[in-house]
Write a protein that binds this ligand. Structure first.
Ligand code: ZN
Length: 394
C-alpha cells in the first residue's frame, strides 16, 4: 500500500531561492500546457459531437504528455522567453504535465459520472499568489537521503529535514511544498507492507454527529479534543484582528501571515486527532462501518452535517487505509434518508422530526432514542448486512 509521510524541512536562503525558481518553472509549464490543451478542447467542443456538428472545421488531436513535454519543455528551453526552464531539474516539470493530465481526466470522469463524489471542476491556471506551491521529484530524479539525514534535491542542494518519525522504507517520490504560512515540507510516498493485527470480535458503526465530531454505535460521543479547540479559538482571534487592519497596510500583511500560521496549526492539530482516533478504532474493531456523506440528495440531517463535516472525509480516508493495512473490514454505508426517523431496535419508521429534537421515544417499541447514537446503530446494522452479503458473494 502507498502511504504519505510528511516532514518539515528547513531550506537555507539559497535553497529557498532555488525552490522559488523551481515552483515558478513548474507553474509556468503547467499553465502553458493548460492554455494549449484548453484551447484545443474548446475548439473541438464548438464542433459538437461527430454526428451533429454545429460548426465547420477539423477536430484537433489533444496533444499527449510526450508532445507537450517536447514542445513546452525541451523546445521551450531553447527560446529566449523560456530558457530559464533549464536552470531547474526537468523531473518536476514532467510531473506538472502529469498533474494536468490527471486534472483533465478527473474533470471528464466527473462530468460523465465515471468518478463518484463531489463534482470536479476543469483545471485552473496556477498563480504565484496561490496559498501553497509544490514540486514533485520521482525516483528517476536520482535523489537519495544522505547518511547525515539530509534530503538532496537536484539543482537545489542538500536540505535539512526534521525527521519526526522514521520512514518505513525507501520512498518512491517526494513532493516539496511551501504553504501559505511560508513553511516548507517534504512529503514522501512510500510502499508499506500490510501488517494484519490480531483478530478482534468487535465491530463498530460510526456516524458524523451533529453536536460531536463522531458518534460510535456503542454510545461513545467523541468531541473535538481540547488542543484542537484551543487552536481554533486562536485562529478566530487572529482572523478578527486581521479584519480590523487597514487594507494594504504593513500591519495587515503581518496579520495575514499570522492567520496563515494559525490555519496551519489547526490543520496539524486536526490531523493529529484524526490519526489518534482512527488508530484506536482500527485496533479495537474487526469491522468498521461509516456513514457515506458523499451521496446525492441532501436530506435535512445531511445538509446540517455538511456544515459540520470539517475533516470528516480526511478521517474516513485514514480509517480506510489503516483498515486495509491492518487487515480489517471497512465499509461505507449509504445510510438511507429515513434513518433519522428509523428506530434501530424495531426498525419502525417514525414520522419526520425537526432537527433540534435530540431524543424521542419510539412509538412502536417504546425505546428512548438518542438521535446521534441511533444513527450510528443504524450504520452498524446496515454495515453488518453489507459485510454478510459480501462474504456470501466471495
Ligand atoms: Zn422501536
Amino acid at each position: 500500500m502507498h502511504l504519505r509521510y510528511t516532514y518539515r524541512i528547513y531550506p537555507d536562503g539559497e535553497q529557498r531561492l532555488a525552490l522559488a525558481r523551481l515552483f515558478g518553472c513548474v507553474r509556468v509549464v503547467f499553465n502553458d500546457a493548460l492554455e494549449r490543451t484548453a484551447a484545443i478542447k474548446a475548439s473541438n467542443k464548438l464542433l459538437g459531437p461527430p454526428r451533429a456538428r454545429t460548426a465547420q472545421g477539423p477536430y484537433q488531436r489533444v496533444p499527449k504528455n510526450a508532445d507537450l513535454s517536447r514542445e513546452l519543455i525541451a523546445q521551450a528551453k531553447k527560446t529566449p522567453e523560456r530558457e530559464w526552464l533549464s536552470e531547474v531539474s526537468a523531473v518536476p516539470l514532467q510531473q506538472a504535465l502529469r498533474d494536468l493530465d490527471q486534472a483533465w481526466a478527473a474533470y471528464e470522469d466527473s462530468k460523465t459520472g465515471k468518478r463518484k463524489g463531489p463534482k470536479v471542476g476543469a483545471p485552473r491556471f496556477k498563480s504565484r499568489r496561490d496559498g501553497t506551491q509544490s514540486a514533485r521529484f520521482t525516483a528517476n530524479a536520482r535523489w537519495k537521503i544522505t547518511d547525515q539525514g539530509k534530503l538532496p534535491l537536484p539543482r537545489v542542494g542538500e536540505v535539512k529535514v526534521k525527521w519526526s518519525r522514521a520512514l518505513p522504507s525507501v520512498p518512491s517520490s517526494v513532493t516539496v511544498i511551501k504553504d501559505a504560512a511560508g513553511r516548507y515540507f517534504a512529503s514522501f510516498v512510500v510502499q508499506t507492507d500490510d501488517k494484519p493485527l490480531p483478530e478482534s470480535t468487535d465491530d463498530v458503526g460510526i456516524d458524523l454527529g451533529l453536536s460531536h465530531f463522531a458518534v460510535l454505535s456503542d454510545g461513545t460521543k467523541v468531541a473535538n479534543p481540547r488542543f484542537l479547540r484551543r487552536a481554533e479559538r486562536k485562529l478566530k482571534k487572529t482572523q478578527r484582528s486581521l479584519s480590523r487592519k487597514v487594507k494594504g497596510s504593513a500591519n495587515r500583511a503581518k496579520a495575514r501571515v499570522k492567520v496563515a500560521r494559525a490555519h496551519g496549526r489547526v490543520a496539524d492539530c486536526r490531523r493529529e486527532f484524526h490519526h489518534q482516533l482512527s488508530t484506536q478504532i482500527i485496533r479495537e474493531n474487526q469491522a468498521v462501518f461509516v456513514e457515506d456523506l458523499c451521496v446525492k440528495g441532501l436530506g435535512r440531517t445531511r445538509l446540517a452535517k455538511s456544515v459540520h463535516d470539517a475533516g470528516w472525509s480526511a478521517f474516513v480516508h485514514m480509517l480506510e487505509y489503516k483498515a486495509a493495512r491492518y487487515g480489517r473490514v471497512f465499509i461505507k454505508v449509504d445510510r438511507f434518508l429515513a434513518s433519522s426517523q428509523t428506530c434501530h431496535v424495531c426498525w419502525v419508521v417514525d414520522g419526520p422530526k425537526p432537527l433540534q429534537v435530540r431524543q424521542w421515544t419510539c412509538r412502536s417499541c417504546g425505546t428512548l432514542l438518542d438521535w446521534d447514537v441511533n444513527a450510528a446503530r443504524i450504520v452498524l446494522a446496515a454495515g453488518r448486512k453489507l459485510a454478510r452479503e459480501r462474504e456470501a458473494e466471495s
